[in-house]
Design a protein around this ligand. Sequence first.
Ligand code: 2PG
Ligand code: MG
Length: 416
Amino acid sequence: MPSITALDARIVFNSRGSKTIEVDVVTDKRFSGRACAPSGASVGKLEAQSFPDNKPEKALIAFKANRRKFIGLDASDTKAVFEALRSVDRTDNYSKIGGSVAYALSIAAVDSAAKARGVPLFRLLNPKKPYRFPFPLGNVLGGGAHAGPGTPDIQEILACPVGANDIKEALEMNFHFHSEMRKVIESLDSRFTYGRGDEGAWAPNVNNDQALSIAEKTIERCGYRLGKDMALGIDFASSSFWDEKNNVYDYKRQGIKRNTADQIEFANSLIKEYKLVYVEDPVHETDFESMAILTKQNPKTLVTGDDMLVTNAAMVKKAVGFGACSGAILKVNQAGSLYDALQFAKECTKNGIGIITSHRSGESVDSHIAHIAVATGSKMIKTGVLGGERVAKLNELLRLSEYDLIEGMAELTPTT
Ligand code: 2PG
Ligand code: MG
């Protein structure tokens, strides 16, 4: 067994220039694993808390005070690491030790264990075939919490190269789409600055409707067929503009307010008009009833919970009770430790809910999520298109294609 012999941690910076925690785990005195915790801008209410009292320094102190408890553990045993974390932090959301520590420690442990065993991480996490490549779901045009005033209220317009035959072709299609989109935006706005949001998506001065029409025009310009070669998706991140007091979705930037019925109708109309293969958080995080309506009415679309499910197995059970969600975002740092996230993945698979493994808007150049996506049988990996921290994950998928073990692309149609 790859036994943990040393651990260290430090504060480093993420892609937004904010402080975060990076952990090193050494097994058998020579195999070194490392992971750096990402962070979100649109954060679900029930997510793990990254740092005690929101202070990275306190997470580092908590790590140092407790690190000896992990010495001697089997680094490949995600449950043992989880239990050791829980022995020092019994809160629901890792607020005592910090979700960032739970994330970085649990992933650095399997990173070192994979090296000790001489296997790729996805094999360590799931020794059973078949493996498939997730479709890369790339944020190409965005606003919301990821970009400034003038951009759409909708957080992300996403491209998914559904017609790609292999992962290389899929990545090339997304890069092509992203670069052609700039030309479409420029043709409509000669003053476009080439500005991009936190995840590398274009951040033009357009409203929600214009954003979608730009995406559709880009598909034409690339010579793709909408929904056949290249499909579109949307992350509404609608909790971020849900006005709880007045019960309306407040599209402030566009000056439109929608009540719940209007919001369902709006989401439905976009799904139809743009043949959306994917919609994420179309309604706010506690509205399971409306999510169930959209899930039922759109059997060909992955109606996906992010802030709604917060990578929590109990929330999947709740969603299943409502008939809500055919897709589920998996972000390890929402859950805290890797074990929590793998339990969530199991619950999704058991209930026929498609998994979409995802980055955060504040990222590092780590590429573990490429392995987690393959190991969990994710249908998609949502990890942006441009920016070094996004491309790091995409390039790792290319490296994984050198293993003959991975047999083609995932099956996309929802199974619920
Ligand atoms: C989301 C994510 C990633 P953030 O809402 O899905 O795209 O954004 O990390 O800011 O929560
Ligand atoms: Mg989201």
